[in-house]
Every structure is written in C-alpha cells, then in structure tokens.
Write a protein that binds this ligand. Structure first.
Ligand code: CO
Length: 134
C-alpha cells in the first residue's frame, strides 16, 4: 500500500544553523523557509536525488514539536512520510488492522498542499508516520 519515502522530518532547535549545515557541510539543495501557522511549524525542505528532508522548527505557542524539542533539546528525527495513492482507503485499512490515526481521522492539508494523516508512534515501533496522498 505505501509507496515512496516522501521525506524524513527532523526537529531542529536552530533552523538557520541547520540550513547552513545542509548547504555548506553537506552540499545539499536547501529550499526557503515556509511558515505554516496552521501546523505550528516553520519548515525547510532539503531536496535529495531520491527523497527529501524536512527541517522542522516550532512556530507559535502551541507548536506540536515544542514538546519534542523539550525532551530532545538537540533535535532528532520527528517522523517519516510515506506516499499513498488513496489516503482514505489507507486510513480505513489501517484502522481495520487496529492502527490508531491521530486526530479525528480526517486528512489535513500538509506542507505540500496535499492531504496527510499521522499514525500513532506506539503502533509503529516508536516511529511517528505521516501518510501523504500523491
Ligand atoms: Co512531514
């Protein structure tokens, strides 16, 4: 059911420093910062030949990644994103199989303007999974 790895998201405490590192040290193609107030994050996409890295930094008071950075102040891998063709069919199959979808199960619009859902990390070996319909 899942397809390509769309991106790996890394929560970073200092976005400018991470961008410099990916640009200068790693020689990667680093995009511009985008504020996504409805998600409580600022994101920067690093485009690699086979996938992307999403650098995530908290935006505003109720950012969903503020707690993550409190527990891991140095940053860390926050989630992985797999592509699916039909997000509603994917959701129904997952809930039938006993996996928990975060929120009310209604897909939201993600950082690329496409519908996304998140799956409970306790159901997937401690890994928060994002599904994106492509
Ligand atoms: Co993501």
């Amino acid at each position: 059911m899942i397809g390509r790895l769309n991106h790996i998201a890394i929560a970073v405490p200092d976005l400018a420093a991470s961008c410099r590192q990916y640009t200068q040290m790693l020689g990667a193609d680093v995009g511009d910062a985008q504020d996504l107030p409805e998600h409580g994050v600022t994101v920067v996409f690093v485009t690699l030949p086979n996938t992307k890295v999403e650098l995530l930094h908290p935006l505003g008071e109720a950012s969903p990644i503020a707690g993550f950075l409190e527990k891991s102040p140095g940053g860390g891998i926050h989630h992985v994103c797999y592509e699916v063709e039909d997000i509603l069919a994917a959701r129904d199959r997952l809930t039938e199989e006993g996996a928990r979808v975060l929120g009310d199960g209604t897909p939201r619009t993600g950082a690329h303007g496409k519908p996304v859902l998140f799956l409970h990390p306790k159901d997937f070996d401690g890994c928060l999974i994002e599904l994106e319909q492509v």
